[in-house]
Design a protein around this ligand. Sequence first.
Ligand SMILES: *Cc1c(COP(=O)(O)O)cnc(C)c1O
Ligand SMILES: [Zn+2]
Length: 410
Amino acid sequence: MTFVEALRCRECGKTYPVAALHVCDHCFGPLEVTYDYDAIRANVTRESIAEGPQTIWRYSALLPAESPGAIDMGAGCTPLVRADRLAAELGLGELWLKNDTVNPTGSFKDRVVSVALAKARELGFKVAACPSTGNLANSVAAHAARAGMRSVVFVPSDLEPAKIAMTAVFGGTLVAVDGTYDDVNRLCAELTDDHEDWAFVNVNVRTYYAEGSKTLAFETAEQLGWQAPDHVVAPIASGSQLTKIAKGFRELVKVGLIEDTPIRISGAQADGCSPVATAFADGTDAIRPVRPDTIAKSLAIGNPADGWYALDEVRKSGGAIGSVSDDEIRDGIGLLARTEGIFAETAGGVTIATLKKLAASGVVRRDERVVAMITGHGLKTLDAVTERLNPTFTIPPTRAAFEAAYSQED
Ligand SMILES: *Cc1c(COP(=O)(O)O)cnc(C)c1O
Ligand SMILES: [Zn+2]
């Protein structure tokens, strides 16, 4: 049963039927899914959710698709782990990590793809497509393979080798484009006119795709015993995830599943692609597009579609948006791995390094219950860190050689 009411323009409020629409024909604003929250409140309880599957689909009452069917690869219900050792290093109190590295294709994108393709199939689309900075292409190709759909995915040609391989292996069409992600995105927007039965998950079905990110908020609240955290730190690429995390917590309040407590939201970007962090620092509303140059390729969107909405959510909540250098990103990956045993990709390094900065500057406080979103697996971006990661020592196969070398260690 779905409780979707309509699509509504986020700018002018005009409403539309639940169809393959994503922009308002009146003002060109983005459309958003709205639900009958009274009906959800009357029908959905913590207990009914607990009886659902161990995937994002346990929250189907607050998602826009009827049933995932073959599209359900098991996205979501990832661990929320208490991170006391990392908290101690950062001078924080209660810190939790949402470990989305363990999703089926190793990133948070499985949440949004599962929702987008479930809806795309309902709407009659035949082909799964997307412009991607890497992880989305992985996830679309995998979900399409499992559902027996064709896939055509587009990525910048300078992508990490692991992300190329992890997409190509699923057998769909993988198009490498000589250009930035923003070039790839524009190309795909143009192609939607030529290929009307293709669902570009983050373009013409973006309205539905975006809803998948709310499940990060739903799971976090449920895993905290149906409580909201005080402060969430999330990475920003297009800004969709951060925006929808905020919407997700608001919806839980609306349907009576959590209390209405203040939740601060902070964002994380790489210095080499920080248009939203820059607008935050400058105190302006205008997000000036940049040409990305960073090892955090999954976050390298120079002209973020939802950047303004992310900025607005952060400002309204009393959070901040920080950015970090490539070396700080590598340090962040190392710090997370060494303190908590989680190997994250560069986006995770961005989040941890930014959290470290925000903790040091007092934005993220010791008296807060903090949740950081770790959104992709480290094996996807090995090339960014392999230079630093070598055997402690190499020895001939003798006891003496081992003891001699090991005694040099502290
Ligand atoms: C896509 C992505 C994000 C967030 O992307 P948004 O476009 O801001 O929703 C975060 N982390 C990783 C690893 C990603 O691939
Ligand atoms: Zn409008």
